[in-house]
Write a protein that binds this ligand. Sequence first.
Ligand code: PEP
Ligand code: MN
Length: 361
Amino acid sequence: MKNIEPLSSWINKTNLKRPVVIAGPCSAETSEQVMDTAIQLQSYGVNIFRAGIWKPRTRPNSFEGVGEKGLAWLQDVKQKTGMMTAIEVANTRHVELALGAGIDILWIGARTSVNPFAVQEIADSLKNKDIPVMVKNPINPDLDLWIGALERLNNVGINKLVAIHRGFSTYQKTKYRNKPEWQIAIELKRKIPNLPILCDPSHICGTPKYIEEVSQISMDLNYHGLMIETHPNPQEAWSDARQQITPKDLYEILNRLVIRKEEISNKSLLETLSELRTMIDLCDNQLLDLMEKRMDIVEKIGRHKKANDIAILQNKRWDDILQRIIKKGIEKGLSKDFVSTIFKTIHIESINHQTKIMNDD
Ligand code: PEP
Ligand code: MN
């Protein structure tokens, strides 16, 4: 992606300390609630204020945001506190109104970033505009879709781009509202290293309970900052009441976060780490060699199956392997989830190799 600007090019110095924090209510509700939250946050050192003006709700007939009139409340916040303001935009009308009201930062929500038509329309309305845009991950765990949304904005000349990791929805209930799937964000960082990334622990967790833990993980993964929903009276919030925290709780969490150094300056530590990393590379090579060996054997079995007209999938045998392996893995201190995911993936690759043999002449 072209010319992505670092946060330091558009966030002033005092706000730049890691983590960069964006906080404020899920929704702007009243002018008093907006101003009260902003003043408290500012007193705790937060300089970027968020509030939802138009709210994408899962079901109709719930509170869908105060709409346009909330923009004036954000203008007041900006004027009174000097904070930068950020809102979600989901269509071109939102963009026009936000730009007209002098909003400093726009973000595209998870229910919009899934839709290339919607993202393209928003991007077209931002052509040659110099405004920071943050893109939340799409609700489904699809890295290309997330990157695609970022590219659509970059293609129209938006260089002040930021990714926000807010987790992915699952049908199964997990301890999180939206599963983090950290590997997706790590892969995004690997593919686009100069793209700043923030974590939104509020929407990942769905409860204040894990906000600190998830924020800490994101800091350990070198994220640049956090977006956290805050409300003066979370229980009374008109949206996402279960996950918002007070400005004071936010302040306390931020103070407890351990911010580790990104760069390693100590020489002997660097050498030790480099040795250990080499060992990891060797282990990975061995794993690949073993996989190759396993697939050779799998192919031999495939040839026997073909010669004797036996179906590829032997359910009972596969189930026995999986149970045995999971048991062994747990004895070795590996989690059941990890072992079962790896071996299911290996099994699919094995079936693919055998299918190829069955279909080769
Ligand atoms: C929000 O930030 O309030 C919001 C609606 O988030 P998301 O798009 O991540 O669900
Ligand atoms: Mn919310």
